[in-house]
Each structure stands twice: as C-alpha cells, then as structure tokens.
Design a protein around this ligand. Structure first.
Ligand code: NAP
Length: 262
C-alpha cells in the first residue's frame, strides 16, 4: 500500500451481479480482493457471481439494495463494512438504460427521473457516504488508501438524441468523479473514471444487430465488441495501485471509439 502495485482490500461493486459489474467483481476476486456484489433484484445472478469468485478461491458476498434509495445505500455500506471489516474501494457500476428509447422532443419526466436517480443521484450520494466511511476507517487505522471508480460511458460526450437522459446522467457522473477527486485527495482517497464503449451485456442485447453493423463498418478502430472482462481488467489495474500519482483520471476502454480520424 505504499504505491507499489500490490494493493488488495474490500471492494463494493454496485450492479456486480451481471454484465460489466460481474466482469469487474470476478477480476477483483481473482486479484485477491474481498468483493461485495450489490444487485437490485436478480438474486440468482448475484449468487452465480459470488460462486464464480469463490470457485476461483476468492471471497465474496451479495447484497440486495436499490442504490436510488437513501436507506438502501446506507444498508449496502453497512453490510460491506460489517462483513469484511473495512471498505477500500467503491466501484459505481450499476446503471440503467431508458426503458424506451424516445426522441429528445418526446422524452418524459418519469424516464428522466428514473435514469437520473439510478445513474447519477444514487452514485453521487453513495460516494459521499462511502467517502465519509473511508475517512472514519482511516482514522481508526483500518484503511490506508481508498478508491472510487466510476463507470461512465462514451455517452459522457456522445449525443444520442434517442436516450438523452442517459447521456445527461453519464456526463454528470463524469463531473462527480472530478469533484470527489478534488475533494478527497487530501484524505488519501483517489477517484477515477472509466468510459466503456460498446460492451456486450444484457443492456446492449436489444441493439446487437445495429451495433454489429456499425462495428463492421468501422465505428471503432479495434473492430470488436468490448467485453465485461475488458472493463474488469481496467478496474483491476487501477485498484492494484498502479496509478498512485493520478486522480480524476479518465480511462477510455472503448476500442478507440473516442479517436477522431481523418
Ligand atoms: P446490465 O447488464 O444491465 O447490468 C446492470 C447491473 O446493475 C445489474 O447487476 C443490475 O442488478 C444492477 N442495477 C440496476 N439498477 C440498479 C439499482 N437501482 N440498484 C442497484 N443495482 C442496480 O448493465 P451493463 O451493460 O453491465 O452496464 C453496467 C454499467 O456500465 C452501467 O452503468 C452502464 O450504463 C455502463 N455502460 C454500459 C455499456 C454497455 O455497452 N453495456 C457501455 C458504457 C457504459 P440486477 O441484476 O438485480 O438487475
């Protein structure tokens, strides 16, 4: 924990039961982290994810909690600290897409509120609470360095006019990373942002054909779908402690989508 690339500890991964979150949780488990897998409702998927980590010799526990609800955010943090004794890293991964892709001129307030609550307000206040705990844990000698990792999206800067609420939430979460990075450096808590590109998960299964064609047509210099493992490796590299003089840094894990070419 002195800046060499060896760190492990206790990581809470929101939405760690499926998709990208599972990829992150499994990679951290493989690295020797104790992993708390949060999920919203799909208990079977969460159990499976815990099983995968345990089979690989790691330790994990699942906690059901809706991160858009104040009391449930507190519950998942209490659970993590009680189960494993500290909290080293919070990975804000859970997120939802709009239930219906609606044109910007038709998007309703209900969808705006739902997406913003889960993808922005929830992670903001969860991070605030987690940071307070980490500061307390450091005072008690139970934590050296803490980490916040936010899983945003290429939607931070890519305007998709049929899911504006998602783009707004992700752009906001990018600023959440910057704010906590600036505030928490003096507490020895580092914050990072990962921007995944097009990743094969349940979230993108409904637009598979559309994206297959776009990728074939050159959407990304690296011509393939991203995988949850790709994101897991990136989070694993950060939490291993490889970037001790970086905070607020953004990692594009997107097959080169962000490049402008001519
Ligand atoms: P996914 O396959 O739909 O999985 C979503 C996960 O989040 C599940 O574990 C789900 O739990 C959990 N979740 C949803 N709402 C929650 C809530 N209110 N409280 C707690 N957990 C909740 O999604 P994904 O594709 O892996 O996406 C993960 C993150 O990456 C999201 O933030 C997404 O915006 C972002 N992202 C995805 C892509 C992509 O191409 N897939 C690209 C860029 C960024 P249950 O299993 O219980 O439902």
């Amino acid at each position: 924990m002195n800046g060499t690339a060896k760190q492990t500890g206790v990581a809470l991964v929101t939405g760690g039961s499926r998709g990208i979150g599972r990829g992150i949780a499994v990679e951290l488990g493989r690295q020797g982290w104790k992993v708390v897998i949060n999920y919203a409702s799909n208990a079977d998927a969460a159990k499976e994810a815990v099983g995968l980590i345990e089979q690989a010799g790691g330790q994990a526990a699942a906690v059901q909690a809706d991160l858009s609800q104040t009391a449930q955010r507190k519950y998942m943090l209490d659970f993590a600290v009680e189960r494993f004794g500290t909290l080293t890293a919070l990975v804000n991964n859970a997120g939802v897409a709009p239930q219906k892709r609606a044109d910007l001129l038709e998007m309703g307030e209900e969808s705006f509120d739902r997406v913003l609550d889960v993808n922005l307000k929830g992670p903001f206040f969860l991070t605030q609470q987690a940071a307070r705990r980490m500061i307390q844990l450091r005072k008690e000698g139970k934590l050296d360095r803490g980490y916040i990792v936010n899983i945003t999206s290429i939607s931070v800067y890519t305007a998709s006019i049929n899911r504006g609420e998602y783009c707004i939430a992700k752009a906001g979460l990018g600023m959440v990373t910057a704010l906590f990075a600036a505030r928490l450096a003096e507490e020895n808590i580092l914050a990072y942002e990962i921007r995944p590109g097009v990743i094969a998960t349940d979230m993108t299964s409904g637009v598979k054909e559309k994206y297959d064609k776009l990728i074939d047509g050159g959407l990304t210099p690296i011509k393939r779908w991203g995988t949850p493992e790709d994101i897991g490796l990136a989070v694993g590299a950060i939490l291993r402690g490889s970037f001790p003089f970086s905070t607020g840094a953004v990692f594009d894990v997107d097959g080169g989508f962000h490049l402008r070419t001519l």
